[in-house]
Design a protein. Structure first.
Length: 509
C-alpha cells in the first residue's frame, strides 16, 4: 500500500502506546435521575422524530448524491509528507515490529495476562481501538496490516510480485471471512483461555498461517478482500469515516468492491489505488462528510450481508452476556448443558453465540419483507435486505463505542507500565512500570451518557442511510417513505434494547 493515510496513521500509531481502558463492568453504579424506561422511550422517540426531519430535508437518493470532498494530497505541505516513501516505510516497519513483539511476549514472557503485553494490546488496544480508528478517521488498517506487509516483503525477497497459484472460487465470496469472524467471536466471548499469553500467541500464529497461505494460493488482494476478516470488518467500518481513496481516471480492476458502487468513480478500492502508479492514473486521498461512503454502496453480496448481521449480533451478545437475564438463562440450562461436557457455561454461551446471529437474521428479514410489501417493490426480499443492511453499520459502530468505551479508557492503561516491561520480567525500560491505573478515569455516569448519545446518534445516521438508499430505489417517493416505516420501527426497537443492555452493568435498578 503506497502513499495513503500517512498523516492519520502517525497519530493512530502514537495512540497505540498512550491509549487506555477498564473492564466491562464497574464496582460503582450510577443512579439514573429518572426511571430507565423513560430513557428508553425518550431515545426511541428521538430516533422516530429523526425520520420526520430526514424525510423533510433529504429528497435525493444514493444514485443522485453528490458530496463535497477535498484531496489532501494536493495540500502544499501535507501532500508531500503523506506521499513520503521514507515515512511510509517507517510506519510499516513499526507495525511489523509491534506485531512481532506481541507474538514474542506471548511465547516467551510471563504467562499471567495482566503482566504480559499481548492480552492488553490484542484485546483492548487493537481489537477495540482499531474499530474506533477505522470509523472516526479511515481505513488505516489497509496500510498497517502486518500480515500484508510481511507477505509483500516475502514477495520482494523471492522476486515474485502478485503471483497467484489458483483462481479464487467465486461461490466462496466472503464466506471464509464470515467463518473466521465467528470463530474469533467465540474466542472472545466463550473461550476462557483466550487471554492467556501463550495461547494468544499460538492463535495469532495460527491465524497468520491461514492468512499467508490464503494470500499465497489466491493472491494478496483477493484474500484480503474475501478471507482476512479484519480487513473486511475495518473496511466496512471505514465506509462511515470522513476519508476515502479514489482514482480520478477510468482504469479500474474488474472485481474490486470499491468499483461496485452506484457512482462511476473507483472509491475505497485499495487494489486499484496501489496499481494507480503503474496505470498512470492519478490518486486522491479525500476528506468527505461522515457516512457518505455507506450510501454509495449499491448492495452487498449475500456473504457480506451475513458478515454485517454477524457483526451486530456478536457485539450485542457480548453485552447481553453481562446482564442478569443471561445469567438467569445460564442458571436455567446449566444442568442440561453439563451433559455435553464439564463446561456447562461454555456450552450455553456457544449456543447463544450461534442463536444470536440467526435471531438477528430472522428479525431483519421479517422487517425487510414488510419494507418490500409497503414500498410495493417487485425485487426479492433477500435483494432488498442486501440493499439496506449497510444501514446497520452505524448501529454496530455506536453500540461498539457504548459497550467498550469503559474497557478502552481504563483497562488500556495497563499498556503504560507494560510498555516498560512487555515480557513481565520486572524491567523498567521507559521508566513507566510504576504507573498506577486510574480506575476513576471515567465514571459510570459519563459512560451512561456517552452510551445514550452514541446509540441515538448511531440510529439517527442509520435512519438517514436507509432513507437515502430507499429514495435511490426504483419506486416512487411516497412508496419509498412508506416502505421505511418497518425499518424505522426496527431501529426504534433496537435503540431501546441496546440502551437496556448497556444499562444493566452500570445503573442502579
Amino acid at each position: 500500500m503506497k502513499k495513503v493515510f500517512v498523516g492519520i496513521t502517525l497519530g493512530v500509531l502514537a495512540s497505540l502506546v498512550t491509549s487506555s481502558a477498564s473492564s466491562h463492568g464497574f464496582g460503582e453504579r450510577y443512579d439514573l435521575p429518572m426511571p430507565l424506561n423513560l430513557f428508553l422511550v425518550g431515545a426511541g422517540a428521538t430516533v422516530a422524530l429523526s425520520f420526520v426531519v430526514i424525510a423533510i430535508f433529504v429528497k435525493s437518493g444514493s444514485a443522485e448524491i453528490g458530496y463535497p470532498r477535498y484531496n489532501l494530497l494536493k495540500m502544499p505541505l501535507l501532500g508531500p509528507v503523506m506521499s513520503s516513501e521514507l515515512l511510509i516505510t517507517i510506519i510499516r516497519l513499526l507495525s511489523v515490529c509491534i506485531f512481532l513483539l506481541v507474538v514474542a511476549t506471548g511465547l516467551f514472557g510471563n504467562n499471567t495476562p495482566i503482566e504480559n503485553l499481548s492480552p492488553t494490546f490484542v484485546w483492548i488496544i487493537f481489537w477495540v481501538g482499531m474499530g474506533y480508528v477505522s470509523a472516526l478517521f479511515g481505513n488505516v488498517w489497509a496500510m498497517i496490516n502486518p500480515w500484508k506487509i510481511i507477505f509483500e516483503w516475502f514477495e520482494g525477497l523471492m522476486g515474485v510480485q502478485g503471483g497467484v497459484m489458483f483462481k479464487y472460487p467465486e461461490y466462496l465470496d466472503t464466506w471464509p471471512a464470515v467463518v473466521l469472524f465467528l470463530i474469533f467471536g467465540w474466542l472472545e466471548n466463550v473461550y476462557p483461555q483466550a487471554a492467556v499469553p501463550l495461547n494468544l500467541s499460538g492463535l495469532i500464529l495460527l491465524y497468520s498461517s491461514v492468512t499467508w497461505i490464503g494470500m499465497l494460493l489466491f493472491g494478496k488482494h483477493t484474500w484480503l478482500r474475501y478471507g482476512e476478516f479484519f480487513s473486511v470488518l475495518f473496511g466496512l467500518f471505514a465506509k462511515f469515516s470522513p476519508t476515502e481513496v479514489r482514482l480520478n481516471g477510468d482504469k479500474k480492476c474488474r472485481k474490486c468492491i470499491g468499483c461496485n458502487l452506484l457512482r462511476a468513480a473507483c472509491v475505497d478500492c485499495y487494489e486499484c489505488f496501489e496499481k494507480a502508479g503503474e496505470w498512470g492514473v492519478g490518486r486522491e486521498f479525500n476528506l468527505r462528510p461522515y457516512a457518505v461512503g455507506l450510501v454509495l454502496v449499491s448492495h452487498l453480496s449475500i456473504s457480506r450481508f451475513g458478515f454485517v448481521i454477524l457483526t451486530l449480533a456478536l457485539v450485542t451478545f457480548d453485552g447481553l452476556s453481562e446482564t442478569p437475564l443471561w445469567r438467569s438463562i445460564q442458571n436455567t440450562f446449566y444442568s442440561s448443558a453439563s451433559a455435553f461436557g464439564t463446561d456447562g457455561l461454555g456450552v450455553i454461551n456457544t449456543a447463544g453465540l450461534i442463536v444470536m446471529p440467526l435471531a438477528f437474521l430472522g428479525l431483519y428479514l421479517g422487517f425487510t419483507w414488510a419494507t418490500r410489501l409497503l414500498s410495493r417493490e417487485d425485487s426479492p426480499v433477500l435483494l432488498v435486505a442486501r440493499v439496506f443492511v449497510i444501514s446497520l453499520i452505524p448501529i454496530a459502530l455506536a453500540y461498539n463505542l457504548a459497550h467498550y468505551i469503559g474497557l478502552f479508557l481504563v483497562q488500556g492503561q495497563f499498556l503504560i507500565p507494560l510498555a516498560s516491561d512487555p515480557f513481565g520480567q520486572g524491567w523498567d525500560i521507559l521508566a513507566t512500570s510504576g504507573y498506577k491505573i486510574r480506575l476513576n478515569l471515567i465514571g459510570t455516569k459519563a459512560i451512561w451518557y456517552i452510551s445514550v448519545i452514541a446509540i441515538v446518534l448511531g440510529h439517527f445516521v442509520s435512519v438517514y442511510v436507509a432513507h437515502t438508499l430507499s429514495l435511490g430505489r426504483q419506486v416512487s417517493r411516497s412508496d419509498a417513505l412508506r416502505g421505511q416505516y418497518p425499518m424505522l420501527l426496527l431501529m426504534v426497537i433496537y435503540t431501546a434494547i441496546s440502551l437496556w443492555i448497556i444499562a444493566q452493568p452500570i445503573v442502579e435498578r
